[in-house]
Design a protein around this ligand. Structure first.
Ligand SMILES: [Zn+2]
Ligand SMILES: [Zn+2]
Length: 219
């Protein structure tokens, strides 16, 4: 007679197996339980706004398919082409249509295209500190290029964390995003360029490669 296997293969204790089984059963029951009319209304309203299906699935312990079923029953078209929402371009005040995910990502400001975005940036440089800091880091990159062959993947870091403080001694260059993050997390990482000693040991390399470098940066 074959013995019925009640234990997991991965050497789990009986208690662990039982606990896992109980958890699974709970999830199953939760998935089986029906959504109330109020919850359904909330899902429909949320979906017509910017909420995601996955958000509701996690909230009510349902599968995504279950949430979609609620939406379909209410006659909502969930295809991507029909999920565009109307918004207004921050620059020229024209109507623009964006996919929901785009609206979520660029939640604050929407634009027709890059031209509108840059026009708006220039106009709001002073009022918007966040944009201003972005501008500051662009200025820093331009500045560093006068001393060092900056590649696209290199990161310019502001030592006192002030993106608008572009004094040379406040600037460092890190090889890539990884090195930069490691530096912020207090790992022992050396910058590949140091504003305290802008010419430093890399002067020769810089002079030799300056032409190549300028060309590469213009590309
Ligand atoms: Zn526009
Ligand atoms: Zn940094």
């Amino acid at each position: 007679m074959r013995r019925k296997v009640t234990y997991d293969r991965n050497n789990k204790s009986r208690e662990e197996v039982l606990a896992a089984r109980k958890r699974n059963e709970e999830i199953r029951l939760k998935r089986k339980s029906r959504l109330t009319e109020e919850q359904k209304r909330e899902i429909i309203e949320g979906y017509n706004g910017l909420d995601t299906v996955i958000h509701f699935a996690n909230k009510y312990g349902k599968s995504r398919q279950g949430i979609y079923k609620v939406l379909w029953k209410a006659g909502i078209d969930t295809s991507k082409q029909n999920s565009r929402r109307k918004s207004i371009c921050e620059n020229c005040k024209k109507e623009v249509f964006k996919v929901k995910s785009q609206l979520r990502r660029y939640y604050k400001h929407h634009f027709c295209d890059y031209r509108c975005y840059y026009q708006w940036l220039n106009r709001n440089e002073k009022e918007n500190p966040l944009i201003m800091s972005r501008y500051g880091s662009m200025k820093a990159r331009t500045l560093v290029r006068q001393y060092f062959c900056l590649l696209r993947k290199n990161i310019v870091h502001h030592e006192n964390r002030n993106q608008n403080d572009n004094r040379l001694e406040n600037l460092r260059v890190f090889r890539d995003v990884g090195d930069h993050v490691r530096y912020h997390r207090d790992y022992d990482v050396e910058p590949i360029w140091d504003g305290r000693d802008p010419y430093g040991r890399r002067k020769k390399l810089h002079d030799r490669k300056r032409k190549v470098c300028l060309k590469r940066n213009l590309e």
